[in-house]
Structure formats: structure tokens, C-alpha cells
Ligand binder design. Structure first.
Ligand code: XMP
Length: 170
């Protein structure tokens, strides 16, 4: 598979994003909500770089199957989310593609009373964005290719790769 973003570039960028996040929150407490399963590696690396009072929650979202370009019905499991009244929330996801997943997650978190919501994604496919979602922190803008690695999967494979690779249909 063609490597699109090498592991050392990802690590360097995660450090920069963490610095930017620290500057913005200025030691205020932040509730991080990670969107499973794709966020897992990005979230783990990012939180260990953050010198902030942080709480972490996870929600499960799934819509994408294989390399299909249109997402199926989105399932969002957020029933374990606590009351977020008055809290500053940072949503962490692997990729902003059409934006439908994050739009739903944002709406759900707003419904829990969050005072302020920001969004961090490792990757963004700008051309595919259709939902009105803006990410505050973006690792890399990438072309419209199906990518795997660093948490992203194809049929639950390849999440463990340390880099981002392009998966092309055989
Ligand atoms: P939407 O379209 O709702 O999609 O922004 C977001 C979710 O879809 C998955 N996704 C991908 N997964 N390679 C992947 O492994 C990709 O290129 C890709 N594009 C979207 C991902 O789970 C993301 O959270």
C-alpha cells in the first residue's frame, strides 16, 4: 500500500495540535469526547501530549462499511455520556469526510448542555464535506482516497499501522 503520511510526520503534527489546543484552553478543564473506533490511536497519542485538566469519554459511531463512498445509516451510541452542562468539550475523531457523523455527535453533545464545543480531527477530505461542520484542529487535509492505518480501518483491519496508507481496490 502506498504510504500517504509517514509515522514521524503524524507524530510531529500531533505535537503541534496539542500545543495549539493547550494555548486555546489556557489551563481550563476540558472534556474530551472520542468517537470510536477510528479515534483510538490519535486520541491516545494526543491526550498524552496535553498538559491540561482533562476528562475523557468515548462514544461509538458507525456508518461506514468497507470502501463504500456513501455512508449507511449512522448508528450513534452515546447513552453513557454524562451531563455536560457548562462544560467545554473537545470532540476527537479520526477523519472528517462528509461530516455527517460529526454533525450528529455535535448535536448530541449540544443536547447534553455543553457550554462550548470544539472539534479535532487527524484528517479531513475537504472535497467530500456536505454537512455544516467545521473542525477547529485539523492534522492533515488529504485527497479523496480511502485511507487506512493509525486507527482507520477497512473491515476492522489495518488500524494498527503506524502510518496512513491509501487502500485501492484490487
Ligand atoms: P463522515 O462521512 O460521516 O464519515 O464524515 C466519518 C467516518 O467515516 C469513516 N471514514 C473512513 N474510514 N478510511 C477509513 O478507514 C477513510 O478514508 C474514511 N473516510 C471516512 C471514519 O470512521 C469516519 O469517522
Amino acid at each position: 500500500m502506498e504510504i500517504l503520511i509517514a509515522a514521524d510526520r503524524i507524530h510531529q503534527r500531533v505535537v503541534e495540535l496539542a500545543e495549539q489546543i493547550e494555548r486555546d484552553y489556557q489551563s481550563r478543564p476540558v472534556m474530551i469526547v472520542g468517537v470510536l473506533t477510528g479515534c483510538l490511536v490519535f486520541l491516545a497519542d494526543l491526550i498524552r501530549r496535553l498538559d491540561l485538566p482533562v476528562r475523557i469519554h468515548l462514544v461509538q459511531a458507525s456508518s461506514y462499511r468497507g470502501t463504500a463512498t456513501s455512508a449507511g445509516a449512522l448508528q450513534l451510541r452515546a447513552d453513557t455520556l454524562p451531563d455536560l452542562a457548562g462544560r467545554e468539550v473537545l470532540i476527537v475523531d479520526d477523519i472528517l469526510d462528509t461530516g455527517q457523523t460529526l454533525a450528529r455527535v455535535i448535536e448530541t453533545i449540544r443536547g447534553r448542555g455543553a457550554a462550548h464545543i470544539r472539534v479535532a480531527v487527524l484528517l479531513r477530505k475537504k472535497e467530500r464535506l456536505i454537512a455544516p461542520v467545521e473542525a477547529d484542529y485539523v492534522g492533515f487535509d488529504i485527497p479523496d482516497e480511502f485511507v487506512v492505518g493509525y486507527g482507520l480501518d477497512y473491515n476492522d483491519e489495518y488500524r494498527h499501522l503506524p502510518h496512513i496508507a491509501v487502500l485501492r481496490e484490487p
